[in-house]
Design a protein around this ligand. Structure first.
Ligand code: NAP
Length: 273
């Protein structure tokens, strides 16, 4: 099942759907003529068409899925059932259903299709808009390793991919699905911290962004344990250890552990698990 030979219909060309289509096209992973994408707002589609020449964009979900070998469900969870009711009679038995929907299990999605319809569930995140997404994938009962590999290739066009067992998808949602929000809060807070010390806001913002980006790249490229990387910044009796002591006193680590646990629980609640 090579990606280049698929016909992909993305239902819901919003933040996630649009980023996926753009990644697939700009990376040359698939010919634009083999990609269809829909949303209801025609003005937004016109704007998108300029950015995605050659992709078939429209408001008609039924037309989009006819003859598609892969259907990506990328609407908000509140809209998914309406969409599925609309498209399912135009879906072939071997059409692969790919979901980015938060909180919907592969079993729940498969229930809405004829028996043995292959379903793959994913949990991407918004940095996929700049090709730096972190996406977890898991396969439903009727999906094969080939299906999983195909979806891995699709999301590798916009970042990195991890295969996880489905029971961990709520944890993934709490960690990397919602994770960009935590990092933006960190960026905002550090910028304010710089401003408090007298730095112009624009300077503090640029320094903070580059520090977060650089630290992430260093952690990624060296693959060193973060505690070792932290030690490398920490001179005995110096400034970093003074700040680290403050952060520890305010329970930074416990705060993140509890935040991700709460988000994971919320994901479970939303998915009825
Ligand atoms: N944002 C995140 O951080 C994130 C992370 C992981 C997973 N997700 C999941 O990704 C999905 C999409 O999220 P998003 O942030 O991309 O939302 P979004 O920007 O609101 O995109 C959803 C799109 O669906 C379209 N839509 C709604 N009803 C439709 C219909 N009946 N037919 C065709 N298109 C329809 C909407 O456009 P119109 O209103 O023009 O129709 C909108 O562009 C959600 O299920 C979410 O759980 C999101």
């Amino acid at each position: 099942m090579s990606l280049i030979h698929q016909t992909i219909a993305v239902i819901g060309a919003g933040n996630i759907g649009r980023a996926l289509v753009r990644g697939l096209i700009t990376g040359g992973h698939i010919d634009p003529s083999k990609v269809r994408a829909t949303r209801r707002n025609r003005n937004a589609l016109d704007i998108l068409q300029e950015k995605l020449p050659g992709v078939s964009l429209g408001t008609d979900n039924k037309e989009a899925v006819k003859g598609a070998s892969v259907i990506v469900l990328a609407v908000k969870p509140a809209n998914w059932l309406t969409v599925v009711e609309e498209i399912r009679e135009f879906t072939e038995p071997d059409t692969l259903i790919v979901s980015v929907l938060a909180g919907l299990t592969t079993a729940r999605i498969a229930q809405e299709f004829p028996a043995n319809q292959p379903v793959i569930r994913t949990m991407p995140n918004t940095p996929m808009m700049v090709y730096q997404g972190a996406t977890a994938v898991c396969a439903g009962n009727s999906a094969s390793d080939e299906h999983l590999q195909l979806v891995r290739e699709m999301f590798e066009a916009v970042g990195r991919v991890e295969k996880v067992p489905e029971y961990l998808m709520d944890a993934v949602t709490g960690l990397s699905g919602s994770g960009p929000a935590y990092v933006y809060m960190l960026i905002e807070a550090l910028t304010d911290a710089g401003v408090k010390q007298g730095l112009p806001r624009s300077t503090a913002f640029r320094l903070t962004k580059q520090t977060v980006l650089g630290a992430a790249k260093l952690a990624d490229q060296t693959d060193k344990h973060p505690a070792i990387l932290r030690d490398e910044v920490t001179t005995p009796g110096g400034t970093s250890i003074a700040a680290i002591a403050e952060l520890e006193q305010h329970g930074l680590r416990t705060m993140f552990i509890h935040a991700v646990a709460t988000a994971t629980e919320r994901s479970k609640e939303l998915s009825g698990n």
